[in-house]
Design a protein around this ligand. Structure first.
Ligand code: ADP
Ligand code: MG
Length: 316
C-alpha cells in the first residue's frame, strides 16, 4: 500500500457540557495517497467532528492526526498548507465576486498578485465557472456554488481535500457534475477525503471507505469488497402470508443449490443467493408452498452492509 497521507490514531472527541457527548470514540484511519476516500455513516456518527479535527478547526480530546506527516495539533499553520476544506455549509464570501473568492484565497496563502490571477483564471476554466467570474455567490445555483467552493479549496495546491457532505442539498444533476469535478482531481494527485450519508455516493465515488457509527469505525474496505462481504450476489426478500412453517421453508431453501444463506426477518425470510439462471423461479416455487405473498429482489448495497452491521438503516 502507498504512503498514508492522512494518518489518524486513537482519535477521540468528547464535547463537554451537562450531558457530555462522545462524538468520536477511538478512530484509527490510514488514507493512502491519491485515493478518493469516504467516511460513510448516518447523522450524528461523528463524521464532521473527525473532519473538523483533521482540518485544525477542532481540538481532539485524545489521539492524533497527521497530514502529510505533519501533526495538526502541534503545527496547525503548517498542516493547513497541505489541506483544502469544503465544509458542509456554504462559506463563500458574499461580498466578493466568484473570481475574487478564489483570488483572495490565493493571496491569503501567500501567492503574488500575478500568481493569484493566473491560478484563478485556470480554476475558473477547470470548474467551468469562467462565464460567472464577475457574478456574486448568491447568484449561483447550489451546484455552481459547490464547484466554486471546491475550486477555492484547492487553489493553494493542497495535498488533501476534505469535503463534508459535498452533495447535501444538491439536485441529482448537480451531484453528478460535482462527482465529475472530484474525480477530475485524481489527475492532480490530490487525495480526497469526503463524508457522506448517501450510500450511492460512497459507492460511486470512493476507492475505499470506512463505515462509521457512534464515533467508531465498523469496517473499512473498497466498496466492492464491502458488498461482497454480504455473501451473495442477489437478495430475495420473501414476504409470507403466515410464518407458521417458516422453519421448514428455511430448511428447504438452505438446501437449494445456489442459495448461500437464509435468515428470518420481519414478515418473512431474506435469502442470499449466487446469481444463477432459474434460481429465483425455484425459490418462488418452494416459497409458494408455504404461502408466499410477495417477493422483491435486490443486489447487495452499502446499505445492506450497514444494516448487517448495525441492525439499522442509514437514514434512521
Ligand atoms: N459543538 C458540539 N457540541 C456538542 N455536541 C456536538 C457538537 N458537534 C457535534 N456534536 C454531537 O457529536 C455527535 C457527532 O456529531 P457530528 O460529528 O456532527 O456527526 P455527523 O457529521 O456524522 O453527523 C452528535 O451526537 C452531535 O450531536
Ligand atoms: Mg456532519
Amino acid at each position: 500500500m502507498s504512503e498514508a497521507i492522512v494518518e489518524i490514531l486513537g482519535l477521540r472527541k468528547v464535547y463537554d457540557g451537562k450531558n457530555p457527548v462522545i462524538a468520536v470514540d477511538g478512530i484509527d484511519l490510514h488514507v493512502p495517497a491519491g485515493l478518493i476516500y469516504g467516511l460513510l455513516g448516518p447523522n450524528g456518527a461523528g463524521k464532521t467532528t473527525t473532519i473538523s479535527i483533521a482540518t485544525t478547526r477542532a481540538i481532539p480530546t485524545a489521539g492524533s492526526v497527521r497530514i502529510a506527516g505533519v501533526d495538526v495539533v502541534a503545527h496547525p499553520a503548517l498542516a493547513r498548507r497541505s489541506i483544502g476544506v469544503v465544509p458542509q455549509y456554504n462559506t463563500l464570501d458574499r461580498s466578493c465576486t466568484v473570481a475574487e473568492n478564489i483570488r483572495f484565497h490565493c493571496r491569503y496563502f501567500g501567492m503574488t498578485t500575478a500568481e493569484s490571477n493566473t491560478r484563478t483564471a485556470q480554476l475558473l476554466e477547470q470548474f467551468r465557472l469562467s462565464d460567472r467570474a464577475t457574478a456574486y455567490p448568491q447568484a449561483l445555483s447550489g451546484g455552481l456554488a459547490q464547484r466554486l467552493q471546491i475550486a477555492r479549496a484547492i487553489a493553494h495546491h493542497p495535498r488533501v481535500l476534505f469535503l463534508d457532505e459535498p452533495s447535501a442539498g444538491l439536485d441529482p444533476q448537480s451531484r453528478i457534475a460535482m462527482w465529475e469535478a472530484v474525480q477530475g482531481l485524481r489527475g492532480e494527485g490530490i487525495t480526497v477525503v469526503l463524508t457522506t450519508h448517501y450510500m450511492e455516493e460512497a459507492d460511486e465515488l470512493c476507492d475505499r471507505l470506512a463505515i462509521i457509527d457512534h464515533g467508531k469505525i465498523l469496517i473499512e474496505d473498497t466498496p466492492a469488497a464491502l458488498k461482497a462481504s454480504i455473501g451473495g450476489d442477489k437478495i430475495y426478500d420473501l414476504r409470507m402470508r403466515d410464518l407458521h412453517e417458516s422453519r421448514q421453508l428455511e430448511d428447504r431453501l438452505r438446501k437449494t443449490d445456489g442459495v448461500t444463506s437464509v435468515e428470518a426477518v420481519q414478515g418473512g425470510l431474506r435469502v442470499l443467493a449466487r446469481a444463477q439462471d432459474g434460481l429465483l423461479a425455484k425459490v418462488v416455487t418452494t416459497a409458494n408452498e408455504f404461502g408466499l405473498q410477495d417477493v422483491t429482489t435486490t443486489e447487495p448495497s452499502l446499505e445492506t452492509v450497514f444494516i448487517r452491521l448495525t441492525g439499522r438503516d442509514l437514514r434512521e
